[in-house]
Design a protein around this ligand. Structure first.
Ligand code: TRP
Length: 477
């Protein structure tokens, strides 16, 4: 059977943007921003999106479009080495880890959406009265499990429909709806008292603060940039593998990054004015996974027409989350279809069955070896897997594909973009892996014990050693 492809030009951009735009923008971004000092974080984050995110995105695109396979097949076939194919399995595992916690959060959102929508016709939403207590009651355990299954079921249904009738059609409806609703909410939020204060916290550019906090916010900003652009898990490799035309990858990548950033900034323009209007200082409120739910839900309760606003808001988030979760499920599905010849139907069933269990564990959230599973998977585990995952793709692009990567980058690109191919390859193959490796070390707290510059040195030396190793193994290079 011929491999599936996108039906339209817009199909790929919308699906990839749909993957990027998700809980990372609406749920994670405002809180990571608040936790790291607002505007100072924003500046560093935007810089990383531009300098690391976009070139990284193009790295995954080049591998995907050239390989025309799931990450496993693409890395193996392009290198002719089974070891790289084995490394591809790492992305399948990462995808399962991602969707395991993501569908739990998706379940919370579904629940809040349902509760708000019911509130339109019946009693006020229960979470209005006691937001903290309500969230505590539904965040983990049987409730969370049930809604995780519901969210996972919806995700599976779309992926089941296939590339064109499922993913492409679904994201074509979801993405515009998200944008329109968010713009509406942001405009309305700007009329709330406290909006001015919120904008000052969020948008005021202040060089002194940026300089004082630069290194502290580097790690979180990098983690957020990778997560929000869906990088490091092979998602973008997989989506690009369904492209069958010579469209400009640099153009598409830029559009996707801009759309994604726009939604993140818009989400901040909704969330911060609402919080400030209630006198909640986001820098003071304890952040964390429940923060959005508790803080915002409390805000909705005090608004005129709060039930309606809440329904619209959680509706947006459900759509954004779904168009991302389908891109996670698609990775293992495409792996089973490409490598083992399973039908899409059967592959979706197998993967969904596995995530019922792994996501179920995240939903129940037991404490194992003194660590709560959900927080571990959603935080350090995913951060580490994504950072390592992207670093490996870029090493592959720079050192295994080399010239092929340049010609793939150029294929379909305009003159301006094509001229960027060589600088891009140098950045992607050398500078970015070192940067990502450094981030990995900070994730493990190495910079805290070694000091900043020694950690940089370790990253450079280890990076160099890795390249040297790659070059001596003739089967790889
Ligand atoms: N980018 C999505 C978000 O911001 C999440 C996501 C989807 C993702 N696919 C991914 C993150 C692959 C990392 C890797 O919500």
């Amino acid at each position: 059977m011929a491999r599936e492809t996108w039906a339209t030009r817009a199909g790929f951009i919308l699906a990839a943007a749909g993957s990027a735009v998700g809980l990372g923008n609406i749920w994670r971004f405002p809180w990571v921003t608040a936790e790291n000092g607002g505007s100072a974080f924003l500046v560093v984050y935007l810089g990383i999106v531009l300098l690391v995110g976009v070139p990284g995105l193009l790295g995954e695109f080049v591998v995907g479009r050239r390989g025309k396979k799931s990450p496993v097949g693409a890395l193996r076939d392009l290198s002719g080495s089974r070891l790289w194919g084995l490394w591809g399995v790492f992305y399948v595992v990462t995808a399962i880890a991602l969707i395991s916690f993501y569908s739990v959060v998706g379940g919370w959102i579904l629940r809040y959406f349902g509760e708000s929508a019911l509130g339109l016709v019946g009693a006020r939403p229960a979470y209005f009265a006691a937001p903290g207590q309500y969230f505590g009651g539904v965040a983990a355990g049987i409730d969370a499990l049930a809604f995780h299954l519901l969210f996972l079921g919806l995700t599976a249904l779309v992926v089941f429909g296939g590339v064109r009738r499922g993913i492409e059609l679904g994201t074509k409806v979801m993405m515009p709806a998200v944008l329109v609703l968010l713009v509406g909410l942001a405009v309305w939020a700007g009329t709330r008292p406290g909006a001015a204060e919120a904008y000052a916290f969020y948008l005021r550019f202040d060089l002194a603060t940026v300089r004082a906090n630069f290194f502290d916010v580097l790690g979180p900003a990098a983690g957020q940039a990778l997560f929000t652009l869906s990088l490091g898990a092979g998602t973008m490799i997989t989506y690009a593998s369904y492209i069958d035309e010579d469209r400009s990858l640099p153009f598409d990548g830029t559009v996707i990054a801009v759309l994604n950033t726009l939604v993140g900034v818009l989400a901040g323009l909704v969330v911060f004015p609402l919080l400030f209007s209630l006198g909640v200082d986001p820098a003071q409120t304890a952040p964390g996974p429940g923060a959005l739910f508790v803080g915002l839900a409390g805000a909705f309760a005090q608004l005129p027409a709060g039930t309606l606003v809440a329904t619209a808001f959680f509706g947006v988030v459900v759509l954004a989350a779904l168009s991302s979760s389908i891109s996670m499920l698609e990775i293992p599905v495409s792996f089973l279809v490409d490598e083992y010849g399973l039908t899409r139907r059967r592959a979706v069933a197998v993967v969904t069955g596995a995530v019922v269990v792994t996501g179920g564990i995240c939903a129940i959230n037991p404490t194992i070896w003194g660590t709560a599973v959900f927080g571990f998977v959603a935080g350090p585990l995913v951060d580490t897997l994504l950072t390592a995952g992207l670093a490996a793709v870029l090493v592959f692009v720079g050192w295994v594909m080399g010239r092929d990567a340049v010609s793939e980058f150029r294929s379909g690109a305009g003159d301006l973009a094509a001229g960027l191919a060589t600088p891009w390859l140098l950045g992607a193959g050398v500078a970015l892996p070192v940067f990502l490796f450094f981030t990995l070390l900070t994730n493990f707290g190495v910079d805290a014990s070694l000091g900043f510059w020694p950690t940089v040195a370790v990253a450079v030396v280890a990076g160099g050693a890795a390249f040297a190793g790659l070059r001596t193994d003739r089967s790889l290079v």
